[in-house]
Design a protein around this ligand. Structure first.
Ligand code: ADP
Ligand code: MG
Length: 253
């Protein structure tokens, strides 16, 4: 479904992604972990064709189509939905206006009554007031509320692929649980694929990822399952040798 082939990306004349490879099939959830500065957010921004990031080499394919040179709006229209680490505020445009115009642009038949009913149900599920629907996009919302507000957009626009960059940041424990449940429910209903950047073990447990990857210096250096996330939580990113030594001795016990 999404295939990133040997991507080299630079910004400010500095190489950030260095032969980055990743393939995500339909319905799969992939978690991407790595120390600060490893290039995790750059992966998302490169997929979305952020203008500050230059793709020097490599390709990004989505549903076998080469999207490396597509514009951000074309990529979004193809069904890739990106929730940024710090969602931007859009003054002067309400959620309602933005979401309605996105649906109208897709030429979807919009029944206003059904649309409002759907928004209300989603707000209840996300534990946010229904009044969020008529607020300006993310304006004056707390960090956690912004993340939930972006999820409101996800339910309405029903993307097939989600890029979630530290969706847990700014969320309290209850909100993490609600967001985790929400994402899992969405994934099960739509069979969407997800690339999730997180170090939050409780969220990883809830999402039950297909694969967990560890990134360093602009590329994936290790891939595994949930146990890789547990190992990283236990030993950190810096203590490889220790982790290997200990797991070998654990195995020998
Ligand atoms: P991560 O999300 O893994 O913490 P990022 O992808 O945000 O890492 O950044 C990777 C590296 O690229 C960091 O060293 C960061 O400072 C640098 N970088 C990212 N974006 C820019 C930018 N727009 N200008 C200059 N340097 C950047
Ligand atoms: Mg980041």
């Amino acid at each position: 479904m999404l295939e990133i082939k040997d991507l080299i990306v630079s910004t400010d004349n500095k190489k950030i992604l260095n032969h980055f490879n990743l393939t995500i099939q339909e319905g799969e959830i992939h978690v991407l972990m790595g120390p600060n500065g490893a290039g995790k957010s750059t992966v998302c921004k490169s997929i979305m064709h952020h203008p500050s990031y230059k793709i020097e080499e490599g390709k990004i394919l989505y549903q076998t189509e080469d999207i490396t040179n597509c514009s951000t709006s074309e990529i979004a229209r193809k069904g890739i939905y990106y929730i940024q680490q710090s969602p931007i505020e859009i003054e002067g445009i309400t959620n309602l206006e933005m979401l309605r115009s996105a649906l109208i642009e897709r030429k979807e038949n919009l029944d206003t009554f059904a649309f409002h009913k759907q928004c209300k149900e989603i707000c209840e599920k996300l534990n946010i007031p229904t009044s969020f629907v008529s607020r300006e996009v993310n304006v004056g919302m707390s960090g956690g509320e912004k993340k939930k507000n972006e999820l409101l957009g996800m339910w309405i626009l029903s993307p097939k692929f989600l890029l979630l960059d530290e969706i847990d940041s700014g969320l309290d424990v209850d909100a993490i649980r609600i967001v985790g449940e929400n994402l899992k429910e969405y994934q099960q209903k739509t069979n969407a694929s997800m690339l999730v950047i997180t170090h939050q073990q409780s969220l990883i447990d809830q999402l039950e990822p297909t694969y967990v990857h560890r990134m360093q210096d602009g590329k994936i250096i290790e891939s595994g399952t949930k146990s890789l996330a547990k190992k990283i939580e236990k030993y950190g990113f810096l203590q490889d040798t220790l982790a290997n030594d200990v797991s070998e001795s654990e195995q020998n016990e």
